[in-house]
Design a protein around this ligand. Sequence first.
Ligand code: FA5
Length: 363
Amino acid sequence: MTDPKPQSPDHLAEQVAAAEAAAADAVAGASSPAELGRVQAETVGKRSAFARLNTTLGSLDPDARRTAGAVINAARARVVEQIEARRVVLAAAERHARIEAERLDLTEAVALAAGGESSQPVLRGHLNLVTQTRDELEDTFVALGFAVAEGPEAETDWYNFEALNMPPAHPARGMWDTLYLKLGAPETVLLRTHTSPVQVRLMERQRPPIYAVMPGRCYRRDTPDARHLPVFHQIEGLVVDRGITFADLAGTIEAFTTSFFGPDIHSRLRPSYFPFTEPSGEFEVTCPICGGDGCRTCSGSGWIELGGCGMVDPNVFAAVGIDPDVYSGFAFGFGIDRLAQVRTGLADMRALLDNDIRFLTQF
Ligand code: FA5
């Protein structure tokens, strides 16, 4: 369509006004940035009404041409401004629509649980079996009058070995395959191999009487298998007071055993060796799976080994400045994962780490 040639400045002004009004309507009617792009080409592009009006100016004398050109350009510039303003509005609307479309409605799952459209059950998470066991152990010992203490997992050689009566190169250090950290001088900082260093820290900061348990994570260069993990948990017990004897140790372990497992489970001690206790023992409990009759879990013996124990060695007291002529004490330590394994009849300890929902939901 070609516009008629302007007959006069007034006629041209009318045609410019009509083109501007039509362009304004088209811009206002564009409903997306893509559509606005097309409107822009039609209203201010090379084939627009403004472009066609410009081609008619050649018939005018120079002054009239300049004036008419300015009128056309001013109108076209106003339309361009409207297009830019509309583009901002449409882009914002488009972004908002996209966010709405991509929004994850988490309330939907709750609605389903509350008996919404489909009756799919929502699974509620819970603490891992090891954490449950740790909490239960803490409760049992607190009920027996023990406090709960903690210590760092990254330890110095002093706390993990030396203060526990194992000077450098002591052969007993080989009982624990140790993971050292690249920190300070070589082999001075490590991941604790047991919870026994917390005993030392506790005795340093608290004078006797001490009745405490110390649960926590331990690390060893152990290859994972059915009864070992490289990262596992222990709980340490420490009692330091006047007149503490081996009979107190045996009585405490028996009291803990019946309180934790019930009256049918008992404990017994066997001689052993630990550098930080003298005498030392290993304590065993009636196999909770077979009740002492003998089964695969206890290799037919009716007993399961839980951990080590003994009377605190005087050299350990010396390292923390407690007078062994005034005080005596006992300590014990056992594996929490091992205890959870024994109690639930779990064949392979690695299942504790597998994150298999079918396993986890059983506890
Ligand atoms: C100790 O670690 C001594 N600190 C225990 C102790 C404390 C003795 C106080 C005397 C006085 P042992 O290395 O035997 O001892 O470990 C104790 C228990 O930790 C084991 O019986 C076992 O239940 C658990 N345990 C040891 N290594 C692992 C492992 N790699 N994975 C899972 N449990 C383990």
